[in-house]
Design a protein around this ligand. Sequence first.
Ligand code: ADP
Ligand code: 3PG
Ligand code: MG
Length: 392
Amino acid sequence: MNKKDITQIKNLDGKRVFLTCDFNISLKNGSLTNDTRIREVIPTIKYLLRRNCHLILASHLGRPKRHDLTFSLKPVAKRLEKFLGLPVELVDYYWQDKALPLINKISPEKIVLLENIRFYKGEKNNDPEYSAHLAKMADIFVNDAFGASHRVHASIVGIAKFLPGYAGLLLKKEIDMLQKALHNPQRPLLVFIGGAKTPEKISVIEKLLDKADSVALGGAIANTFLAAWGFGMGQSLVDYEMVEMARTVFWEATRKHSALILPIDVVIQNSHTKNKPQIVNYDLVPSDVAIFDIGPQTNLLYRKLIHNAKTIIWNGPMGYYENKLFQKGTDRLLKDIVQADAFKIIGGGDTLSFIGNQKYLNHFNHVSTGGSAMLEYLKNGTLPGIEVLQNN
Ligand code: ADP
Ligand code: 3PG
Ligand code: MG
């Protein structure tokens, strides 16, 4: 990595550190569904605490449009306290001028966590005035929010104009591991992409076709590709604005001699009658139903690919996993990948929420805290939130 990390900072002791993290974790009934994104930042926090730094943590959660406490970081603050054995003070209305002296006065024995950084619109707009305001809270900026480093937002990019920025230990680890998969990967290199963020994932697929031997799809993104191929998708989640782009990607795949592989069977249900889910071929989806998962034949096909692969990268669930009826495709894929004798990387907020379980995560060489960020890193070899940090 050509960026300075926190172990390379001179005179770090006693500094006030603005530490941006990615604690964007899905909540279920107000509780965290997975705490990997918190666990993974603990080494950076502990390192800085050992150097007597005062910590001001920032993160977003979800996509709130305004100050809305259903997106509060309170469950994150609680979990941090548990992991660190230290009090964490959650500070709301941090964007007001009067918050600055208040934050300054908080005892260094406590860790400051700003409430959801997206409660103020200046965050997403990367507003320079707001970035300067955030910068006033600290002496240096540390980015450990790998999962959000593809966003050009104030707490990730803007603040680095006003404070020297360094990589946290998690950011460094993510970069080192992904570089390993990108440069001279053991082949065949197999990539699975699922989930629903079609617009941002589709350009990654295009780029990965240059590098991977096969890219296999599932989830809602596969629906868009099947639609591009001309098959009726009924009531399935399809991003019709992306269909044309999907067609281009198909065409490019044939020219690049890399394989773009789609589900051959799917699990369908009528969303209104909620009848028992059925399995049908990809080209036989009735107009009144929606696809919610990949079918067992697809899993068999994917298993063969997994068996031969030497490097496997996976992002995105294969179906609407929040409903137990539609978890099987993702579950079978997980179990097959876990068994594989390959260098294995997994990433994605929902992908990790689905797995939830350390027993499975331990089988991966690297569990990335980034979903789209991981994919964008694989696509471009860098991210906006990395570019703004101090060079080595
Ligand atoms: P990740 O966070 O792992 O990168 P995404 O955010 O792209 O993944 O997508 C996860 C979402 O995709 C989940 O909410 C899941 O229910 C949804 N999804 C996957 N397949 C389907 C499908 N066939 N129909 C509707 N939603 C789907
Ligand atoms: C993620 O979960 O992918 C990151 O936290 C970024 O979230 P966003 O897509 O809402 O910017
Ligand atoms: Mg997601």
